[in-house]
Design a protein around this ligand. Structure first.
Ligand code: SF4
Length: 613
């Protein structure tokens, strides 16, 4: 195998196994963070690239597309390969013109602007007049910012420049959307034929919950849609929106926070008059047009609501699609909820020559593959590189968040246990909770005050935090790493417990407060019911309810161990984890020791025993 680093144990064996399997079938690879999945898989697929296969490397969000391309750059440099890699981003990140309509535009707004402007866009014209691609292609591995900068300096459109570069790319890294969404994938497919390509999906544990055909409108959307209907003088649109607002306030006013209820989308349309939806859509188009002509972002809530209704009515009666009203952040959201991950994703995988799905948390692999519709595959499980020199792991035998409410007594016990832990570790610590409800319970029981008394500075994730506020909180927490005084309090499954990276000293202790099972709302029951219909009573419950929760917990726990040089204290703060240790990463299973919450001030600190030079 060609590999640009000194291989660590098992890396080459896993690369060989993946490579051999790909000759005849798909691969599901479970490898913990720190194993080096990206270079191992690149090494495994190199022989296929050399024979002319193209690689589509799908990541969860656009912000992660540079990573595989940067790794490819190392392969090029160290192994003298002549491969071309491209980190592909959407118009939202690549349009030079859209920014004059404001910042933070969404995909559909930028698309709208481009569809109106392209014929006279000077950046597009410059590109059409001819651009020499060779200087760019000679760099080999192109991150999106390099393409963007080069295009901006040359005065050509970065988005359509990327589209041209696609034809030369051996490896294209892009977000899931460009693979699973028909409306987006054509732009890539025309240059990179899926049928002849290998698809690699990173962080594949997210696939089950993708909600592919889903959409949501809020009470805020409806209120804005009503104003817009009046603004353009559309009586039909006004009648439709007013009817929906009345229905929401009559039927769903009694929903409590996080409670949900199903609805029939036809109830949102007065007397089944579907022509009102078309009228609202036309009126929404007018609003977008008006805003655009005023130089404002071409956004219309009316248009969104009409498209939502049209999609919902079209999906009515589809098995695996539910329409759910749910109260979140004290307002009612109406959602199309598409649970059909196996059915829809199965069709996506079949478009490719081969598929590699990988993540650190896929156990049990058969269940994962079934829930994402992958039928033929070879499973590869890589061992984690962690042992007692990296981690000490505890399972607290007298704590649990089981039950509807977290009792005052149990919350107090959690606070006492966590305070003892904090007094011992004196390093940046994250308390990841089973839910916001548990987070609020711990905060009310005085966790933040106790942490402050111990010299820690708390950073708390809130439900309605904007992206900017979250980034600020994360930065603040990480800035405490040297002194080891940061305390992060956030729910599992949220943005701080998944996706965020905390290398080295940024996070050295993780406490899981509870097991992150979904609350037994109508929505949860629907989900379990659908899975039970597909897979039978017991398996359905495991697939829909138990495994996703344990994957969320394993993800949160894994935040502290990102490389073989990381060290951490990990605490499973709920005795129910005993039943699920077999689903946890191998190092958790092997190192877990049971303790009482009152003994958390004497946990073993790996960094006091082994220091990596
Ligand atoms: S052609 Fe390019 S720069 Fe011009 S509007 Fe479209 S995406 Fe933007």
């Amino acid at each position: 195998m060609k590999f640009p680093y000194k291989p660590r144990p098992r890396q080459l064996e896993v690369a060989r196994e993946v490579s051999a399997a790909l000759k005849s079938t798909n691969v599901v690879l479970e490898a913990p963070t720190g194993f080096g999945k990206t270079p191992v898989v690149l090494s495994a697929i190199l022989p296929f690239i050399e024979k002319g296969r193209r690689i589509v490397w799908a990541v969860r969000t656009g912000s992660e597309t540079d990573r595989p391309v940067e790794e490819l750059a190392v392969f090029r440099r160290e192994l003298g390969l002549k491969l071309v890699g491209l980190s592909f981003r959407g118009k939202r990140d690549m349009c030079l013109l859209a920014r004059r309509f404001g910042s933070d535009l969404d995909y559909s707004e930028v698309s709208y602007i481009c569809s109106r402007e392209r014929s006279r866009c000077r950046y597009y014209r410059e590109l059409e007049e001819g651009v020499e691609l060779a200087p760019l292609l000679s760099r080999g591995a192109l991150t999106y910012s390099e393409v963007y900068k080069w295009a901006s300096e040359a005065g050509v459109c970065p988005y359509f420049l990327q589209r041209r570069l696609l034809a030369y790319a051996d490896v294209v890294a892009l977000s899931y959307n460009y693979v699973v969404d028909e409306g987006l994938s054509w732009s890539v497919k025309s240059a990179v034929p899926f049928r002849e390509s290998i698809l690699v999906v990173d962080e594949a544990h997210n696939l089950q919950g993708l909600n592919l055909g889903g959409d949501t409108v809020t009470e805020g959307t409806l209120a804005r849609a009503l104003e817009e209907a009046r603004e353009v003088g559309s009586a039909g649109a006004e009648e439709l929106v007013r009817h929906a607002i009345e229905l929401v306030s009559d039927r769903f006013a009694g929903l409590r926070e996080e409670e949900s209820e199903v609805f029939d989308p036809l109830d949102l349309i007065p007397d089944g008059r579907e022509e009102l939806v078309e009228e609202a859509e036309r009126a929404g188009e007018m609003v977008r047009e008006m805003r655009y002509k005023q130089g404002r972002r071409p956004r219309s809530s009316l248009y969104h609501f009409a498209s939502f209704l049209e999609a919902a009515v079209g999906l009515r009666g589809e098995r695996g699609v539910a329409f759910v009203a749910e109260r979140l952040d004290n307002r009612v959201n109406l959602s199309i909820w598409d649970m059909r991950s196996a059915e829809l994703l199965g069709a996506v995988w079949r478009k490719f020559w081969r598929v590699v799905l990988m993540s650190g948390t896929l156990s049990p692999i058969e269940a994962f593959a079934e829930t994402v519709g992958l039928e033929r595959y070879h499973a590869v499980s890589a061992p984690s590189p962690y042992d007692e020199s990296n981690a000490s792991v505890y399972l607290v035998k007298d704590l649990t968040t089981r039950g509807e409410e977290l009792s005052g007594e149990m919350a107090g016990r959690y606070v006492e246990g966590i305070a003892k832990l904090l007094s011992r570790v004196r390093r940046n610590t994250a308390v990841f909770t089973a839910s916001y409800r548990v987070l609020e319970g711990l905060a009310s029981a005085g966790l933040l005050e106790r942490a402050e008394e111990l010299g820690y500075v708390p950073f708390v994730e809130r439900r309605s935090m904007s992206g900017l506020e979250a980034a600020e909180a994360l930065k603040g927490f990480k800035s405490m790493a040297k002194e080891g005084r940061g305390l992060l309090l956030a729910p599992m499954g949220g943005r701080f417990a998944e996706g965020a990276d905390y290398p080295g000293e940024e996070l050295m202790c993780v406490f899981l407060a509870g097991v992150p099972f979904e609350k037994p709302t109508t929505k949860t029951k629907l989900y379990i019911g659908y899975y039970q219909e597909l897979y039978g009573e017991e398996r359905g419950r495991l697939y829909a309810y138990v495994y996703p929760a344990i994957r969320r917990a394993a993800q949160a726990l894994g935040r502290a161990l990102r490389s073989p040089r990381d060290q951490a204290v990990l605490v499973l703060g709920d005795f129910r984890y005993r039943n699920y240790l077999n689903l946890m990463p191998d190092y958790v299973r092997e190192l877990a020791v049971e303790v009482g919450h009152d003994k958390l001030d004497s946990v073993r600190l790996p960094w006091q025993e082994v220091k990596f030079g």
